[in-house]
Design a protein. Structure first.
Length: 195
């Protein structure tokens, strides 16, 4: 009897990502992943007890490899997120358009760094930075869904403009800005956040 080919867990997870990218989440089966790898289903069951276990490990894998960004400013986080929705529609759907447990939060692997950037650069308490970022998350999540389901199309320039406009709106609110001169001052102070 021939020995079963050993396929590493990371290779299986990469193949699962490729299945989702090419055929959508509904095609995520052991057979389709094995076909992508050019092997039988046996190596997959050696690494994962079930498709449910594979799915459970696939979410953190996608977050780490596709959603963890090394960014130097606030706008860049939104830019990466929306471009992920625009360019990786099926993966976006897999991560974000799924049923959630009560109380489960949005997947934001960059959350702590984002709050630190806002708090430090805008001279605001971390709780205020969290509330401000929550507003940006909701806006980006909504735009991301619209991009991923082809409800709308946005170019790079559209994304840039949208992020800047919404940043100005929430900046006014959370810094208590009442006039354009103050807005320009804080935009200047936070230029490194929105370049």
């Amino acid at each position: 009897m021939p020995r079963t080919k050993r396929i590493e867990k990371q290779a299986i997870l990469r193949a699962a990502v490729d299945v989702i990218r090419e055929k959508g989440e509904q095609a995520l089966t052991v057979r389709n992943i094995a076909a992508m790898l050019g092997c039988s289903t046996q190596p997959l069951y050696y690494e994962f007890e079930s498709v449910e276990q594979l799915r459970a490990e696939l979410l953190p894998y996608v977050r780490e490899h596709y959603l963890q960004f090394r960014c130097s400013n606030y706008k860049e986080f939104g830019r990466h997120f929306l471009n992920f929705a625009r360019q990786e529609k099926e993966l976006f759907r897999f991560v974000y358009l799924r049923r959630r447990e009560p109380g489960e939060t949005l997947d934001d692997i960059n959350y702590d760094e984002t709050i630190r950037l806002l708090s430090q650069n805008l001279e605001m308490e971390p709780d205020t930075a969290r509330r401000m970022h929550h507003q940006m998350q909701m806006r980006c999540y909504g735009l991301g869904v619209m991009l991923a389901i082809d409800y709308c199309k946005m170019s790079e320039e559209d994304i840039e403009r949208e992020l800047t406009e919404f940043y100005c709106i929430i900046l006014r609110h959370y810094k208590g800005i009442s006039d354009d001169a103050q807005l320009q001052y804080w935009l200047g102070r936070s230029r490194n956040l929105i370049l």
